[in-house]
Design a protein around this ligand. Structure first.
Ligand SMILES: [Fe+2]
Length: 238
């Protein structure tokens, strides 16, 4: 493997800086202090992203000139969406293990931060330079193995989720996204090494946008000060 382009190092540094496990939402989840209603609210909000992820992958795939990049994006989209155990389905089973009905998850009223997250990824997939779309995906999937492992432990320890269906989504991502993230990193390095500096700058910019949107997504679910907004949003799930 050759040397990574400098923009790749910047993207990795930005991800480390704003790693989701540093957010108070996940700190509370792993400590068992996250209120159950915040967890339930999170299930419906997150479904909006998870159910759209296959479309982000295929949108980026359809715009990509490089067949090697396309093949990897196609494989990733296939992993997300094919068969009875597709990932949105696994997410719904997780929600059911917490006692939520499917209709409450799929029909959750989205808050502003969730809408912004979904829109950020839609634009990254449909409009941004290919490198930028890859960077936004990498910013997310490279974090999932560690985030998933922490979630499983927290769910078992503090929230009574023990069943196979209850943790299947996280078990899958604990391992599969090691591969997805490595692929995206390889594709990004490949794309960035021959790209003009402006495309590298765009990749960094969109990685940062994605990281910011994820951070805000969690902040909306677990406000550091006050919980009035959370409670009113939670009411929409009941
Ligand atoms: Fe997935």
């Amino acid at each position: 493997m050759g040397r990574s382009p400098p923009h790749m190092h910047t993207i990795d540094a930005k991800i480390a800086e704003k790693h989701l496990l540093k957010h108070p939402f996940y700190e509370a989840w792993t400590a068992g202090t996250l209120p159950r209603e915040a967890l339930l609210e999170y299930v419906g909000q997150y479904y909006a992203f998870e159910s759209n992820l296959p479309r982000y992958l295929t949108a980026l795939h359809s715009r990509c000139e490089d067949a090697t990049v396309r093949a990897a994006l196609l494989a990733n989209a296939w992993d997300e969406e094919h068969g009875a155990n597709n990932h949105p389905e696994l997410w719904l089973r997780f929600g059911e293990a917490l006692g939520l009905e499917r209709a409450k998850i799929t029909g959750a009223r989205l808050n502003d931060a969730t809408r912004a997250l979904v829109e950020t990824y839609r634009q990254a997939a449909e409009k941004a330079p290919i490198e930028a779309g890859l960077a936004a995906l990498y910013a997310y999937e490279s974090q999932l193995p560690a985030v998933s492992a922490a979630k499983i432990e927290g769910l078992r320890k503090h929230y009574g989720v023990e069943s196979r269906d209850g943790v299947a989504f996280f078990e899958v991502h604990r391992t599969l996204d090691v591969h997805h993230a490595a692929e995206e990193r390889r594709l990004l390095e490949r794309s960035l090494s021959g790209a003009p500096a402006a495309d590298g700058d765009a990749a960094v910019e969109w990685a940062c946008r994605a990281l910011g949107a994820w951070w805000d997504f969690l902040s909306a679910l677990y406000p550091v000060a006050g919980s009035a907004n959370l409670m009113s949003r939670t009411a929409s799930l009941n």
